[in-house]
Design a protein around this ligand. Structure first.
Ligand SMILES: Nc1ncnc2c1ncn2[C@@H]1O[C@H](COP(=O)(O)OP(=O)(O)OP(=O)(O)O)[C@@H](O)[C@H]1O
Ligand SMILES: [Mg+2]
Length: 268
């Protein structure tokens, strides 16, 4: 099962991806967490110490690998002929690193597409990598996406089983969820859910739930605003290690349970 976590900048994609990944891993799933963000920081949220996290080179910046697999070095002149379907089968095993609870982390990074869409070796490699990650048995792949929505339309993330849109509670955010739902139409996504993060009050929760339900969104859960998450972030720690009993971590645990039920139901 391949789950994409998308949404605007700073909504909580990385925090939620990381905590979910570890809950799945703790409960016997093989978990591959993919950091597909240019500001790669999923490693820290997963609980990899800063010193180790700093050593990870994103695939998108691994010039040797890109050259080896596509036949062309990144930055080569336009028009160079390169392999559009590079062999990526061994990359996950060779380049993923271990995070706590046995999560595997693959830092793909992303490409600066420069507006019109990039047709370059690095993009070809990433596209192949994200599209052809072969799922192992009882495996969950959680992709922490780049902020914003444009990349969703680029087909880099084809064949996703589930898209989780993370929003903060506001009227504007429901518009974002709407745009993501439209873009997801191009991606063959079977299920689309919304997670509302950083909820302050019961009133706010009711209001946003009402708006989302009226528009036909399925709400996977909501997570309260929780200072413990901010503190964990400031210390460069996983919220799960910093305070496993925090309200937000408990809410993410609830979301994990819902996901397990959806998986068991077999609709995805
Ligand atoms: N439930 C929460 N309560 C309080 N703060 C939160 C909560 N969830 C996330 N945050 C804080 O919001 C900030 C952004 O979170 P995070 O990095 O997970 O978001 P993101 O969507 O991955 O951001 P980016 O778009 O920059 O990748 C962080 O400082 C994090 O600590
Ligand atoms: Mg992030």
């Amino acid at each position: 099962m391949k789950i994409c976590v998308a949404g605007k900048g700073g909504t909580g994609k990385t925090t939620i991806s990381a905590v979910l990944a570890r809950f799945f891993a703790r409960n016997g799933f093989n978990v591959l967490a993919v950091d597909a963000d240019p500001n790669t920081n999923l490693a820290l949220s997963l609980g990899i110490p800063l010193e180790e996290a700093k050593k990870i080179v994103p695939i998108s910046e691994n010039k040797e690998l890109i050259a080896e697999r596509t036949g062309v070095a990144p930055g080569s002149s336009w028009g160079a002929i390169f392999n559009l379907v590079p062999d990526v089968r061994d990359i996950r095993d060779k380049y993923s690193v271990f995070a706590p609870d046995g999560v595997s982390l693959l830092v793909t990074g992303t490409i600066d597409y420069g507006g019109s869409g990039c047709f370059c070796p690095a993009a070809a490699l990433l596209k192949a990598l994200l599209s052809y990650i072969i799922l192992k048995e009882k495996e969950i792949v959680i992709i922490d996406m780049e902020a914003g929505l444009e990349h969703l339309g680029r087909g880099v993330t084809k064949k996703v089983d589930m898209l989780i849109t993370v929003i903060e509670p506001s009227v504007k955010a429901t518009e974002t969820a709407e745009r993501i739902r439209k873009l997801a139409g191009d991606l063959d996504v079977k299920e689309i859910y919304v997670v509302v993060n950083k909820v302050y009050s019961e009133n706010q929760s009711k209001l946003i739930r009402g708006m989302l339900m009226k528009r036909g969104f399925s709400i996977l859960g909501e997570i309260p605003y929780d200072e413990e998450i901010v503190k964990a972030d400031m210390k460069g720690k996983s919220p799960l290690d910093y305070n496993p009993d925090s309200k937000a971590v408990k809410a993410i645990h609830g979301i994990y349970h819902k996901l397990v039920k959806i998986i068991e139901r077999g609709t995805v």
